[in-house]
Ligand binder design. Structure first.
Ligand SMILES: Cc1cc2nc3c(=O)[nH]c(=O)nc-3n(C[C@H](O)[C@H](O)[C@H](O)COP(=O)(O)OP(=O)(O)OC[C@H]3O[C@@H](n4cnc5c(N)ncnc54)[C@H](O)[C@@H]3O)c2cc1C
Length: 353
């Protein structure tokens, strides 16, 4: 197991995308589950901060003293099974989302959660219950996790399979792989009804206990392997940034695309995301400074906000029909459909603003 104590190496691992910098005595890089168990035995009273790929924006992996345990060397795909209806993959926590995608795409498989930053690790994504644009259709990562291996504080192991172990009311108990019984009471906290909610522990009476660990941000144990559900990859993806004159038009458009004003679309959107006025200001500035989107036309000054919509299908004609229907919805919302950046399969431009 590698240890980093040298100042220049340490510095890099003391921060994440929140840009906060922490402090730590040393950083350890376990390569096996046994390494992690050894760490817990060697440092029984030391605060331990777990790190995935450090793409988090809330400093969850930034150590505040003690030691940091970085999972980047546990980066193997352990098992993959599939057929034409989808499949499952078991990964070590340090596997990056982009590596998983590269591995499964040639097999016609797709892992829907997309927290934008593809260099995030699957361990970090599970620990944050991360979501993203496609959560509109597929929910957060939680719903795509079938099983977890966990090393608990103290070094005992736990294997949890979705659907197998539930709390009884607010009472829960686990038997670790070495036969130790762990019991507890779940705090009674009312979870918000919001569709997209990832703050804090997931706590519900009678809950599936695997969900206690998903989204627990490394506070309950180390995720050492994660079994994920995969679905078949659709052949075509259409993505469009739809520019709008005001927020009222954006709301109307979103309600139409969500089907709240009648069934106007032949396909259900994979993703719907809102870009406010400040985001467009930043984009305009970046375009002027030629740092991003240089091939696209400048965003016009009268565009106030934008909605990103995405469709996917194996039937290209159906997808083009959804694009036409989206243009009609833009018109009905008071926007000009020619004010659209659009791409098919992420690289081939079909229409420009
Ligand atoms: C440009 C950008 C856009 C982003 N957009 C989104 C978005 O749309 N939606 C979204 O949800 N997030 C988004 N993020 C945040 C980030 O990518 C996710 O939170 C990601 O899931 C973190 O993964 P990571 O591997 O970088 O974890 P880290 O940042 O290293 O760690 C995150 C947390 O997980 C814990 N952890 C890591 N590995 C383990 C493990 N094996 N066992 C137990 N605990 C562990 C850490 O202790 C920490 O608390 C974005 C980030 C960037 C930079």
């Amino acid at each position: 197991m590698k240890t980093a104590c040298r100042k220049e190496i340490m510095k890099e691992y003391l921060r994440d995308e929140s840009k906060q910098t922490g402090i730590s005595d040393r950083i350890l890089f376990p390569e096996t589950e046994e390494d992690i168990m050894r760490i817990f035995k060697a440092y029984p009273d030391t605060p331990i901060t777990l790190q995935g790929a450090r793409t988090g924006v809330t400093a969850g992996c930034v150590p505040n003293g003690g030691i940091a345990v970085n999972m980047e060397r546990m980066n193997r795909i352990l098992d993959l099974t599939y057929n034409e209806d989808g499949g499952t993959v078991t990964v070590q926590p340090g596997v990056l989302l982009q590596s998983l995608r590269r591995h499964i795409a040639p097999l016609g498989l797709f892992f829907p959660p997309d927290p934008t930053e593809t260099t995030a690790s699957l361990g970090g994504m599970a620990s944050c219950n991360s979501s993203g644009a496609r959560s509109f259709r597929y929910g957060a990562v939680r719903g795509h996790i079938l099983a977890l291996d966990i090393v608990l504080v103290g070094g005992t192991k736990l294997h949890l399979v979705r659907g197998r172990k539930h709390a009884e009311g607010n009472q829960f108990q686990f038997v670790t792989t070495c036969g130790r019984l762990l019991k507890g009471t779940l705090p009674s906290i009312r979870m918000p009804e919001a569709k997209k909610h990832t703050a804090g522990y997931c706590l519900r009476p009678d809950m599936d206990l695997i969900d206690l660990f998903i989204g627990s941000e490394g506070t309950l144990g180390v995720l050492t392997s994660i079994k994920l559900k995969l679905i078949p990859q659709k052949q075509y993806t259409w993505g469009g940034v739809l520019f709008l004159p005001d927020e009222a038009s954006a709301l109307k458009l979103v309600r139409m695309l969500r089907g709240e004003m009648g069934n106007i679309l032949c396909l259900r959107p994979e993703a719907l995301e809102f870009f406010g006025a400040d985001t467009l200001t930043l984009l305009r500035q970046a375009q002027r400074e030629k740092t991003v989107l240089t091939q696209m036309e400048q965003i016009r000054e009268d565009a106030c906000c934008a909605v990103y919509a995405e469709y996917a299908s194996d039937n290209r004609a159906l997808m083009e029909q959804a694009f036409e229907q989206t243009c009609q919805a833009m018109e009905a919302a008071g926007a000009d459909p020619y004010r659209t950046w659009a791409a098919i399969n992420h690289y081939h431009m079909i229409n420009s603003y």
